[in-house]
Write a protein that binds this ligand. Structure first.
Ligand code: NOJ
Length: 569
């Protein structure tokens, strides 16, 4: 093995820290509360830096902690340069940064610049028609003598993407909630203000940005009506819009020229070909993107019609992205985050085989080519929650969905939509981090802003750390293995048995280093016959989520949700 401080791998590949890193995503509102207000805070994160260090992660992506009225839990920013009171203040933030850096853990901040809050000073002055800010947002007169929205675009959170503002006497565009007006990226002053703000954060010593819906910032000139036969009406005019590359390249030149920064663009609706235009030196220079295909294929155009998926299709999607970004670009690897249901409830089995399937899914994300993102609680095998009544929901998207379904008569009562909410709703991932079996999972001494998942008495950090067979310890092993073995980071990916309905198997190859990963995505035992192309003698078991022999045999059986990783020694 080549030492990690060497500039190149043994196979001659230039090392890049963020390709070798495992990133841990923190949703601050639900991570750890130290002042008893029921809302997580920066001091709470600081107190858990040792926890992150023990797990072995290399970077933290911190979801928004900026000043915000919290209409969308901080994705509605009213001041980019200050910290929301509930989370603490700038001194707390500075201390968190230095505590992380002391442990060699980098910090990636969330950048939300498709929109601001309507309470941002820019919007307040824009709606007043202040000459400096009047074109900071996308304002239009309505149609039908001003009484109807300027076009038929829909908001991601339901309803029209336009709201009439009495103060200005015009409509403004908001692709998300009405409290999240879209910035007008055609205005060079907007872009300059954003770049200044980004540089301000970089000067504080952060290590990169996760860029919220970054491929939505450019809208088709003239804002034409969208096609009503597709999914979200208007999407073809704002997903991967006409000037997106000009904007991102300008941002790279003005802010992101330091290639050691990790930049990950959230890009809904981007295919592999689009992704290649965003990432890498031949694209717009982003390190990687968060693509959505593998977290959308189990629902139709409307995310709430969800539930069916096949492993064969899942494998096809993953392989397409692995191969599509193998030579140009880089993948992010995730199966859940604060916007997606818990992966073990979606792609695994959150009852009988909760631990096995959580480990299997973790094996997948840590042995593909790309940078793994671990969402808080994933390392415990946290599951989707139960929301018995709509009063228990907190997420604006879910609340709107339920309200609309009832209003439009698509549902007679909440019970008709409860399954959808509990399968795909975002609140599933936002319940408090489960630290212990103390009241409210040890998350807070107060009343949590959202109820804890009722399984916290058994699924929690304290129990997991005390049990050497837990999901937590398995994640620790996975992270260590990935740190040790370049083949798992840089190795080429080749899918095996693409049409097998239960087995997800692939090889990784880097020079003379090889890996074989075999995963049984089901509850029935299955036999895996190793293809002739693989030389078995050179492989040894590196990790498995159950007791298995150390050498692979030409054919072997895998039990429910069994995962095996074999590597050349
Ligand atoms: C994506 C974020 O991840 C999500 O939480 C948010 O609601 C939307 N972008 C709007 O900012």
């Amino acid at each position: 093995m080549t030492p990690k401080d060497a500039i190149k791998t043994r196979a001659g590949i230039d090392r890049t820290w963020w390709k070798e890193a495992v990133v841990y995503q923190i949703y601050p509102k639900s991570f750890n509360d130290t002042d008893g207000d029921g809302i997580g805070d920066l001091r709470g994160i600081e107190r858990r830096v040792d926890y992150l260090d023990d797990l072995g992660v290399d970077a933290v992506w911190l979801c928004p902690v900026y000043e915000s009225p919290q209409a969308d839990n901080g994705y509605d920013i009213s001041d980019y340069r200050s910290i929301n009171d509930a989370y603490g203040d700038m001194d707390d933030w500075r201390r968190l940064l230095s505590t992380l850096h002391e442990r060699d853990i980098r910090l990636i901040m969330d950048l939300v610049v498709n929109h601001t809050s309507d309470e941002h000073e820019w919007f307040q002055r824009s709606r007043q028609g202040d000459s400096e800010f009047k074109d900071y947002y996308i304002w239009r007169d309505g149609t039908n003598n001003g009484g109807d929205p300027p076009n038929n675009w829909e908001s991601v959170f339901g309803g029209s993407a336009w709201t009439y503002d009495e103060v200005r006497g015009q409509w403004y565009l908001h692709l998300f909630d009405e409290k999240q007006p879209d910035l007008n990226w055609r205005n060079p002053d907007v872009r300059e203000s954003v770049y200044e703000m980004m540089n301000w954060w970089l000067e504080k010593g952060i290590d990169g940005f996760r860029m919220d819906v970054i491929n939505l910032i450019s809208k088709t000139n003239g804002l034409p009506d969208g096609d009503e036969d597709g999914g979200l009406t208007g999407a073809e005019h704002f997903f991967n819009g006409p000037n997106i590359h000009d904007y991102l390249r300008e941002m790279r030149d003005e802010v992101l020229s330091d290639e050691s920064l990790l930049t990950v663009g959230e890009t809904p609706g981007a295919g592999v070909d689009d992704a290649r235009t965003y990432v890498g030196p031949d694209g717009d220079g982003l390190s990687m993107v968060f693509q959505f295909e593998h977290v959308s294929f189990d629902h139709d155009e409307h995310k709430w019609d969800a539930g069916d998926w096949s492993l064969v299709e899942f494998k096809q999607i993953i392989a397409k992205w692995q191969n599509g970004l193998a030579d140009e670009g880089w993948n992010s690897l995730y199966l859940n985050n604060h916007d997606q249901p818990r992966m073990v409830s979606r792609f695994g089995d959150d009852s009988t085989y909760r631990e096995e399937s959580a480990k299997l899914l973790g094996t997948l994300t840590h042995t593909l080519q790309g940078t793994p993102f671990v969402y808080q609680g994933e390392e415990l095998g946290m599951t989707n929650a139960s929301f018995a009544s709509p009063d228990e929901l907190r997420d604006v998207e879910a609340v709107n969905f339920v309200e609309e379904a009832l209003e439009q008569g698509d549902a007679a009562s909440y019970d008709d939509v409860r399954d959808a909410v509990e399968y795909v709703g975002r609140d599933n991932a936002r319940t408090p981090m489960q630290w212990s079996d103390a009241p409210d999972a040890g998350f807070t001494d107060g009343e949590p802003w959202i109820d804890c998942n009722s399984n916290y008495e058994t699924v929690n950090v304290e129990h997991a750390r005390a049990d050497e067979n837990s999901v937590w310890h398995y994640y620790q092993d996975l992270i260590e293995l990935r740190h040790d073995r370049d083949v798992l980071v840089y190795g080429a990916f080749d899918l095996l048995v693409p049409n097998h309905p239960a087995i997800f198997a692939y090889t990784r190859t880097l020079g003379d280093e090889r890996g074989l990963v075999v995963l049984n995505f089901g509850t029935d035992p299955v036999e895996f016959v190793v293809p002739d192309s693989i030389t078995l003698d050179e492989l040894e078991l590196a990790l498995a989520n159950t007791d298995v022999p150390t050498a692979p045999r030409p054919a072997f059986e895998l039990g429910p949700y069994e995962a095996h990783v074999y590597l050349t020694p």
